[in-house]
Design a protein around this ligand. Structure first.
Ligand code: BTN
Length: 317
């Protein structure tokens, strides 16, 4: 059904039913299923029409659009119409795939966020992908990797003409405190030896009203930041790969220290009152940037603290 509607043409219930060889009731049920999955589908006298045409990804086209140096540097580059999660797919195949392998999915049915949350996204609208990166060192050298990925993601958006995206420690992409995207870094391999990171990135290009209402925090999308027309999924995918490969190589060579300035330029929390909810304590303070390891610096009445892991909320005022 989505193939028939993808280009943005209107089709009536009876037209869809006859083309698909199913009943009109089955058409209606399927339309409701896609709406629940987050697709905007208008209905009226004209029939059913997608609120916006879909742009399924073509991995060959993305590969061809990459600069030659990046094209030769990456491992596999795949797009799947449907996966549970691009990060889960890379985790299953990590032992067999070359360094810098990239897996995209038009539709993730079990997308994962930080702290056990779900990552919800309709089919062929937003961008979700993961990248496998191998490191010789061990986990200790990888603190700050999700922040470095955030910098690369923000730079890729800027390359595509998006203005106003900022970074909320540790790994949210935001615009005016509404979430625009997120990063999930998962580590595997040896704790003190050769290991790998699976870097997952999800960016909202368009959120339907229904999906926005279902999300547990204020969220926004690139369409809103770009006057209604987000960058094309292919253009953004290409820009993201270029910036991510560059960032992962720089991180491998120099760690997060190479990114502190670029982070500071996009820091959504700097100078703001925040609540820090850690595993053992909750306290308030003022965010004052990140250190060379990527820890969040928070000024409190008791002095400066460096936070490695916590949930941060911005306090009013
Ligand atoms: C967060 O903000 O909680 C992190 C969200 C990360 C979502 C991306 S989408 C691609 C990759 N696959 C997943 O299942 N999750 C990450």
């Amino acid at each position: 059904m989505l193939d028939l509607l993808a280009a943005g043409d209107a089709l009536t219930g009876p037209e869809l039913a006859s083309k698909l060889g199913i009943s009109r009731a089955a058409v209606w049920k399927q339309i409701e299923t896609w709406r629940r999955a987050g697709l905007g589908i208008d209905s009226g006298a004209h029939g059913y029409r997608l609120a916006h045409p879909l742009e399924p990804l073509d991995a060959d086209r993305i590969r061809a659009d990459l600069p030659a140096a990046v094209r030769h540097r990456i491992g596999v580059l795949e797009n799947h119409w449907r996966l549970d999660s691009t990060s889960s797919e890379l985790a299953r195949r990590a032992a067999d795939l070359p360094d810098l392998s990239l897996v995209f999915a038009d539709w993730q049915q079990a997308g994962r966020g930080r702290r056990g949350r779900q990552w919800l996204s309709p089919p062929a609208v937003n961008l979700q992908f993961s990248c496998l990166k191998r490191f010789a060192g061990g986990y200790a050298a990888l603190s700050g990797l999700s922040l470095a990925t955030g910098v690369a993601t923000a730079q890729a958006l800027e390359d595509c003409g998006v203005r106003g995206a900022a970074l909320k420690w540790p790994n949210d992409l935001v615009h005016q405190d509404a979430k625009l995207g997120g990063i999930l870094v998962e580590l595997g391999g040896e704790f003190m030896g050769p290991c790998h990171a699976i870097v997952g990135v999800g960016i909202n290009l368009r959120l339907s009203d229904a999906l926005r209402a279902a999300l547990d925090r204020p969220c926004t999308d690139l369409a809103r930041l770009c006057g209604g027309v987000p960058p094309s999924r292919h253009r953004l995918a290409t820009a993201l790969i270029v910036r991510l490969v560059e960032a992962l190589d720089a991180f491998d060579a120099s760690g997060f220290a190479a990114f502190t300035q670029a982070w500071a330029e996009r820091d959504a929390l700097a100078g703001r009152r925040v609540r820090v909810e850690g595993a053992h304590a909750t306290f308030d303070g003022t965010a004052t940037g990140v250190d060379a390891r990527g820890a969040l610096r928070v000024r409190t009445r008791e002095g400066m603290r460096a936070i490695d892991s916590a949930e941060i909320t911005v306090r009013p005022g």
